[in-house]
Design a protein around this ligand. Structure first.
Ligand SMILES: *Cc1c(COP(=O)(O)O)cnc(C)c1O
Length: 366
């Protein structure tokens, strides 16, 4: 039996991705981080047009799954050029990636190191260092990473198991607003490199991870400030290495705009509400993940001078579907009006579900 999805909210919401802005963001990143090689974090926005735009602009890619590897293969990215930076993988993921030619894997446990040694013998491994005091807007909640001693132990063990001790990586937490957040991890990296050198192991690369901010409704520090912090930390490493980064959000967020539709306006004791055909479960999940801290720039196409404050909520029956509060929009906003949600290119469409039967947004590259 096939179930036809409910399509009551036509025209369905669209996420418009602007290729020129993606390329401009990559240029900005490269200018801010001279000598650092960017590997786009594929999970952030997996639309083939987005991936192709980055690939054609010469960007490399970081993956968290074989499925992402296959999507990239579809647009001509070689598996051997990828970083597999998800520190814990199902065994068959490592095996399939290795069979396709991936040979760089991150690890943060002895167990995972064992699986990599089994399934991808001889490959290059980089250890994931934990970061602390994460004050990013979308924290990574300390899920991954070990301390300096753990990094040293893992990379020595990698050598003993016939793997190549390749490098060290970390992630400062997503949408970081503090360039100094790069300094402490880079000090730890320097300490680990020094200890490894004394044990006869010389690394080839350091990977700054992601977390670099995009502009939403509030200003953020310029990427150049993060670049300067990175350069200062890199300059204090005990010997030169290749430096990589894994930007996700800052390459694609500002390139995306949701076009959705007001399906109804309601006045309630809690204020004026505008209901739209796009909400938390169909692309705006990061509003929940950030505890309401992420504020998308939102405009309506009516553009009436007289303004009114609205709470904005999606089409489902779930009260968690509210994605913005106290947004000034046209006072005469009404059913059918178009709503534009900016800076929506990162961590939006990739989270969208069919919750309550509503179709996820279409993604188009323009
Ligand atoms: C998600 C992720 C990134 C990208 O993070 P952003 O905050 O989008 O820049 C980079 N590296 C790894 C390992 C990730 O999991």
């Amino acid at each position: 039996m096939t179930v036809t999805p409910i399509t009551d909210s036509r025209p369905a919401p669209v996420l418009e991705m602007r290729a020129d802005r993606i390329v401009a963001a990559l240029d900005t990143f490269r200018a801010a981080f001279p000598g650092v090689r960017p590997f786009y974090a594929t999970k952030c926005n997996t639309h083939p047009g987005v991936l192709r735009t980055l690939h054609e602009a010469g960007c490399d890619f970081e993956i968290a799954s074989v499925q992402e590897m296959e999507a990239l293969g579809g647009i001509g990215v070689r598996a051997g050029d990828l970083l597999f930076s998800n520190p814990v993988r199902a065994r068959e993921q490592t095996a399939r990636a290795a069979a396709a030619g991936v040979d760089r894997f991150s690890v943060d446990s002895t167990e995972e190191l064992g699986r990599v040694a089994d399934e991808a013998p001889g490959s290059r491994v980089y250890a994931r260092l934990a970061t602390f005091g994460d004050d990013s807007v979308v924290p990574s909640e300390g899920k991954f990473g070990v301390d300096v001693t753990g990094v040293v132990r893992l990379l020595l063990e990698a050598r003993d198991r016939g793997l190549v001790p390749y490098g060290i990586t970390f992630h400062m937490g997503s949408q970081s607003l503090d360039p100094a957040a790069l300094l402490h991890p880079l000090q730890d990296v320097a300490a680990a490199m020094e200890r490894l050198r004394r044990a006869g192991v010389r690394l080839e690369m350091v990977d700054l991870g992601g977390g670099f901010p995009a502009a939403y409704d509030e200003p953020v520090p310029p990427l150049a400030d993060f670049g300067r912090a990175a350069a200062a930390g890199i300059a204090r490493l005990p010997y030169p290495v290749e430096v990589f980064a894994e930007p996700g959000r800052c390459l694609v967020a500002e390139a995306g705009t949701f076009r959705c539709r007001v399906i109804g306006v309601a006045e309630r004791p809690s204020g004026w509400w505008a209901h739209t055909n796009l909400g938390v479960f169909h692309g705006l999940m990061e509003v929940l993940e950030s505890g309401g801290e992420l504020h998308y720039p939102i405009h309506d196409a009516r553009g009436t001078r007289l303004r009114r404050c609205y709470h904005l909520t999606g089409p489902t029956c779930d009260s968690q579907d509210t994605f913005a509060r106290d947004v000034l929009l046209s006072a005469d906003l009404r059913e059918g009006d178009e709503l534009l949600i900016g800076s929506a290119g990162a961590y939006t469409s990739v989270y969208a579900s069919r919750f309550n039967g509503f179709a996820p947004p279409r993604v188009v590259l323009v």
